[in-house]
Design a protein around this ligand. Structure first.
Ligand code: HEC
Ligand code: HEC
Length: 234
């Protein structure tokens, strides 16, 4: 039941993040507009300080951000720009999650940047188990998309290894649990179409995908690198 409210609130997060990206890219525009609830002002990231703060995160997100619980996302290996934005969104109460909103409320801007740096330096957790046939189908879709339906291949944005891109704010998506990944894909699919390329990228991609395709890419993402087929192609 957590899915609908989160989907409904994805828009302000996406719009503001796109704005923030636009502003940092266009240097000439100067500082973020005042009142941007997602604005972060911090010194250089200090991963050691970030690590010192993770004592309270481990119980849910696992040591080094390697989650062992299928309803908790892994944070290890996530791109810092994505982690920073999510923590800012929880703190601004723009992304729903009573637990994370309460936790993020305790964090300063510097804490957020330092936590993001620490998790960004960790390796992603190992693969979850998946049905090999389903995963192979998902791998095909990940790399090829569906040209006839205008579905861009996931690999174009998320990369061959699924590790995303920090500068472009593209999330690392390997080795999240199948449950969590499928939920997130459904959320993207169910937000309305705003007809803007960047923040709406994931909606545009998932809108054209069938349930079978969503299940297949989910199986592939959560178990990436673990199938023989994958090893053979490395
Ligand atoms: C009591 C359990 C719990 C604790 C403790 C906790 N989290 Fe979370 N965290 C969650 C859950 C559950 C979610 C998924 C929220 C959702 O999407 O509804 C989450 C989501 C996140 C996300 C978003 C990840 C993504 O891929 O979008 C980040 C970042 C995060 N937590 C960071 C932290 C940090 C940093 C700490 C410690 C300071 C922490 N969490 C402590 C339960 C917890
Ligand atoms: C045009 C670029 C683009 C393409 C193509 C793309 N993505 Fe994404 N994806 C993004 C961006 C940007 C984000 C971060 C969105 C956000 O939450 O702000 C993202 C986020 C995600 C997330 C959420 C990560 C998390 O921790 O919450 C998943 C899962 C995902 N993508 C899977 C896929 C899959 C599967 C495909 C192919 C079917 C795909 N993406 C194709 C750009 C893309």
């Amino acid at each position: 039941m957590r899915r609908m409210p989160r989907a409904a609130l994805w828009l302000p997060v996406l719009t503001l993040s796109a704005l923030a990206v636009g502003l940092t890219t266009a240097q000439s525009q100067g500082a973020a507009p005042s009142g941007d609830p997602l604005a972060i002002k911090a010194g250089p990231p200090d991963a050691l300080h970030g690590e010192a703060l993770t004592g309270s995160c481990q119980g849910c997100h696992g040591p080094m951000g390697h989650s062992q619980q299928e309803d908790k996302p892994s944070l290890g290996g996530q791109v810092p720009s994505y982690t920073t934005l999510q923590l800012a969104a929880f703190r601004a109460k723009l992304r729903p999650s009573p637990v994370m909103q309460a936790i993020a409320a305790q964090l300063t801007d510097q804490d957020i940047v330092d936590l993001a740096a620490y998790y960004g330096q960790q390796t992603p957790r190992g693969p979850w188990e998946a049905n090999p046939a389903l995963s192979a189908k998902g791998q095909q879709f990940y790399n090829m998309g569906a040209v006839e339906r205008n579905v861009t291949a996931c690999v174009v944005c998320h990369g061959v290894d699924g590790r995303g891109n920090n500068e472009l704010h593209i999330a690392s998506i390997t080795h999240q649990s199948p449950k969590y990944t499928l939920e997130v894909l459904h959320e993207f699919k169910s937000v309305p179409d705003y007809h803007i390329a960047y923040p709406n990228a994931m909606h545009i991609v998932t809108a054209q995908m069938t349930e079978d395709e969503l299940s297949a890419v989910t199986a592939y993402l959560s178990s990436m690198g673990s199938s023989d087929m994958d090893k053979a192609s490395k």
